[in-house]
Write a protein that binds this ligand. Structure first.
Ligand code: GGG
Length: 362
């Protein structure tokens, strides 16, 4: 991509600690942009639960049109007590993922330098695998309904939706990654208990793998997969999972690298025809919100994924190197056993970045 590129980035800090972890990420992006000839035009958007209490909606009616004018979206966290979780998620995060066909949710599980896994034994070369979560259908579905509310006959039905198109495209994305890495694809299923959708998932996964050279498929029931994440995480290279399974597995993945405060997530429209969205895996953490103690590294790592997606790998590597330095030598927030504040970590990150030569990231 050309130098002096200007990017219009929608910034939605959202709720709780989202508003605290976003500023250090933006400061770092400003600095790395300055160093690498990239300009960012921030479009700050105050959407979220407070916006909902003021207006009755999580974002304005033309919210998706406003985002369509941006190159990418940076999101903090969504959800806060007082607004039901399904209202906040289906009013902001999920419409964005669907409208912009961000059908891949890419979540790395990687032990950065300085991080210690809570696992007693980690592989010699550390933890390093990718989870590709299907992000547009599956268990996150509007199909269903409630009947007989407030009566003894009250009932709810929730349908999962799995389409051939939806499974094929996410598996193909995961296969591309597996071919460029260790050549192993692990698929999360539950076809013993889920009688329709999961056998279908397995069939389509096998078909797509059979059409590829050099990728070995391993299929796991999701419960056994969760156990293997803990007992033998070194066996994983690329994991592909449905929407809900991928969401649950990646919180476990975040725990394996020491804190959910660090883990990043990229909601990708792989063709780049529409904006993608980058967010930390963590939520709004009302228990620590407002105290300045949130770890900004998940948001910063999400920004690194945005730089990578935009083709600025050099700039991304520099920020990642700075993250490793801070994790090894710098301030730590309480989730990592320290007493530092969000601002302390942001300051150390900027200092560490200044030490990483442009074009010379380790
Ligand atoms: N960082 C965005 C956020 O608040 N995530 C919380 C959450 O529950 N997300 C649900 C999902 O990723 O499906």
């Amino acid at each position: 991509m050309a130098d002096h590129a200007t990017y219009r980035i929608a910034v939605i800090p959202g709720d709780g600690i989202g508003t605290e972890v976003m500023p250090p990420a933006l400061e770092l992006l400003e600095q790395v942009g300055h160093d690498h000839g990239l300009q960012f035009e921030w479009r700050h958007l105050d959407w979220g639960c407070e916006y909902y209490t003021r207006t009755g909606a999580m974002m304005p009616e033309d919210g998706l049109d406003q985002l369509a004018e941006c190159d990418q979206v940076l999101l903090g966290a969504v959800g806060y007590p007082g607004v039901p979780d399904h209202v906040s998620l289906w009013g902001l995060l999920i419409p964005i993922r669907r409208h912009f066909d961000q059908y891949v949710n890419l979540r790395p599980v990687r032990l950065l330098p300085g991080l210690t896994s809570p696992l007693r034994t980690v592989p010699e070369d550390g933890l390093d695998f990718l989870v590709v979560r299907e992000n547009s259908e599956g268990e996150y579905s509007e199909a269903g309904g409630r009947m007989f509310r407030g009566t003894p006959r009250e009932m709810a039905v929730q349908e999962s939706v799995f389409t051939r198109h939806g499974i094929e495209r996410v598996v193909d994305y995961a296969l591309d990654l597996a071919q460029s890495r260790g050549g192993h694809l692990s698929s999360a299923t539950k076809s013993n208990g889920i009688i329709h959708t999961m056998p279908f998932w397995d069939e389509v996964v096998r078909e797509r793998v059979a059409a590829r050279e050099g990728v070995q498929l391993r299929e796991y029931h999701v419960d056994a997969l969760a156990a293997a994440f803990v007992l033998d995480p070194g066996r994983f290279d690329v994991v592909v999972a449905s929407n809900l399974f991928g969401d649950i597995l990646t919180d476990l993945g975040a725990a394996l690298i020491g804190s959910i405060g660090i883990a990043p997530s990229a909601n990708l429209n792989p063709a780049g025809e529409k904006p993608s969205m980058f967010e930390p895996v963590h939520g709004s953490a009302p228990d620590i919100a407002g105290q300045g103690l949130a770890n900004p590294l998940g948001q910063v790592w999400a920004a690194v994924m945005m730089l990578e997606h935009m083709g600025h790998g050099d700039a991304a590597r520099r920020v990642e190197t700075a993250m490793g330095t801070v994790l090894s030598e710098g301030a730590r927030t309480p989730d990592l056993g320290g007493t530092a504040t969000t601002t302390d970590v942001g300051r150390d990150l900027l200092q560490a970045l200044a030490e990483v030569p442009t074009g010379g990231a380790a």
